[in-house]
Write a protein that binds this ligand. Structure first.
Ligand code: ZN
Length: 518
């Protein structure tokens, strides 16, 4: 008999109170595999997540008023009926109606918000265990279209997996869902219709980077192609004016620079206004709207940031956060590359502009940027949005290296030999020749590869190729084994995430250094 059935018969008795039931499930977790914090009671049924036949499932115990709404197979369990339900999108839609805390919400007014992208759909519970009780709003579902394509998931899949984690952990604080780096109206509509609460609009396809390096005559010629009335209006608003920011910092536009800013950013501004008016403004719920202008070749100048924000605010766009491109390099999965003192100066100006307009600064590719976290926390006054994603996958890889060395060795060799393909999607500086020959390493030495920049980056950017690769018979080469390894060692994965993301929060100054055990 599945252990959860024993649990129902022994503990879900008439007069048992829910706290003592949760305690029993917690004390006997290794034996019963019932997630203690998931246990809820509503409409005459108990609900909880348990392991059934080696897979996690929702169990509905007792034929209450919601029983028939779930899809699953029915069993008799003691004197009552029970239903074992797959953690599917459809069942998730039903459970969200019964328990409102499983629905994402916006984070307006919250000081520290952290994007915790989870490419496997296994990390969110670890993140929740870390931030429970901390002054941090987690954006648990956060995926870009590029990531969806590379992992073979949909917006709804991502939100569903985060939602089940929220239910599993009994996390009744608020959490968010971010349709990340969306580039088209259709993508934004899809994410909004799926219930996402935050949209990060990627304006990069409407930013004309090349215009920044035009010769003055060429810039002038292109600028004059804009309608005269539009030029005159813009010039009257920006040129020969000083805009005073907090603490006396000043933004002023030189005419020749201003023309280039218009050429680079005006189309992106119009694109963002159009998306906002068409979809976000009329949405039945309040959305977080983030503007991303970070995917550019050069760092965003203060004047450019000011211009973009000022135009959007004037058009009535409610911005929650804006991500400029900062100086230095924000490569995936490794520390900041660049002059940290210069970063602090650059970051200060961008924070001042954000505060001037009343939104938060957003830091993308925020994973593992330990050398600048203290500056981010301090300069922003503890008000920022920061996104992490790939580092959560790397912690999964670390667990695989420790617990299933043979799988790790195969993934590693595959990653190294498919690097050229992966580099089409992500820019990294990793040099594969610096990675030690894996055949010369002992199994015990494998996890250490996740502490070395070159191997970290190689495994970081090849996640999509690893997850989607198929054998000649069409079955996945690695995916199923990755999931089964991580499911067996779930507790260790959660602990690794608590440690690693915990270190992020410590350096950001969210919590005292003694508050997180590592
Ligand atoms: Zn970005």
């Amino acid at each position: 008999m599945e252990e959860w059935r024993q649990f129902c018969i022994s503990f879900l008795t008439e007069n048992a109170d829910i706290e003592s039931i949760r305690n029993e499930a917690g004390d006997n977790f290794e034996k019963l595999r019932v997630y203690p914090d998931s246990i809820q009671f509503a409409g005459g049924s108990y609900f909880f997540i348990a392991v059934d036949n080696f897979q996690k499932a929702l169990v509905v115990y007792g034929e209450g008023c919601f029983f028939s709404e779930f899809e699953g197979y029915e069993v008799v369990c003691g004197s009552k009926g029970a239903k074992v339900c797959e953690l599917s999108n459809k069942n998730c839609r039903v459970i969200r109606r019964i328990f409102p805390f499983i629905n994402p919400s916006n984070h307006r007014g919250t000081a520290v918000t952290v994007g915790l992208g989870d490419r496997l759909g296994l990390a969110s519970a670890g993140h929740i265990r870390l931030i429970k009780g901390m002054p941090v709003f987690p954006v648990l579902a956060q995926q870009s279209v590029r990531e969806l394509n590379l992992t073979g998931r949909t917006f709804e899949d991502v939100l569903t997996e985060a939602s089940w984690a929220v239910f599993q952990e009994g996390y009744t604080e608020r959490f968010g869902a971010d349709g990340d780096h969306l580039k088209t109206k259709q993508e934004v509509k899809t994410a909004v219709n799926c219930g996402y609460t935050m949209i990060t609009l990627d304006c990069s396809e409407h930013i004309d980077n090349g215009a920044a390096s035009l010769l003055p005559e060429e810039a002038e010629r292109k600028y004059l192609l804009l309608p005269k009335s539009e030029r005159e209006l813009l010039e009257s608003q920006y040129i020969r004016k000083d805009f005073i920011l907090k603490e006396g910092a000043k933004i002023a536009f030189k005419p020749e620079d201003f023309k280039k800013i218009i050429l680079v950013y005006l189309k992106a501004v119009k694109f963002a206004i159009d998306i906002y008016n068409d979809i976000i403004r009329n949405c039945s719920r309040d959305m977080d709207f983030e503007i991303s202008i970070d995917e550019t070749l050069t760092s965003t100048t203060p004047e450019s940031h000011f211009f973009v924000a000022s135009e959007l605010i004037a058009a009535g766009v409610k911005i929650t956060s804006l991500a400029p491109r900062f100086c230095g390099e924000f490569q995936k999965g490794i520390d900041y590359k660049g002059d940290t003192a210069r970063f602090a100066e650059d970051f200060t100006v961008h924070v001042n502009i954000a505060e001037h307009f009343g939104y938060k600064i957003s830091v993308h590719s925020g994973s593992d940027k330990f050398s600048i976290f203290p500056a981010i926390g301090k300069i922003s006054g503890g008000r920022y949005h920061i996104k992490t994603a790939g580092t959560n996958w790397l912690e999964a890889v670390r667990i695989i290296a420790a617990e299933n060395p043979s799988l790790y060795r195969r993934m590693h060799k595959f990653a190294v030999s498919n690097l050229v393909e992966a580099r089409k999607y992500y820019h990294i500086s990793a040099n594969p020749s610096k990675i030690p020959d894996i055949d010369g390493l002992d199994d015990r030495e494998l996890p250490m590869l996740m502490d070395m920049d070159d191997s970290r980056q190689v495994l970081h950017i090849t996640y999509g190729l690893i997850l989607l690769d198929k054998k000649s018979d069409g079955s996945p080469t690695f995916k199923d084994e990755i999931y089964s390894t991580l499911n067996i060692h779930e507790g260790k994965y959660y602990d690794a995430l608590k440690r690693h993301i915990g270190r992020h929060l410590k350096e950001l100054g969210v919590v005292g250094k003694g508050d997180i055990s590592t």
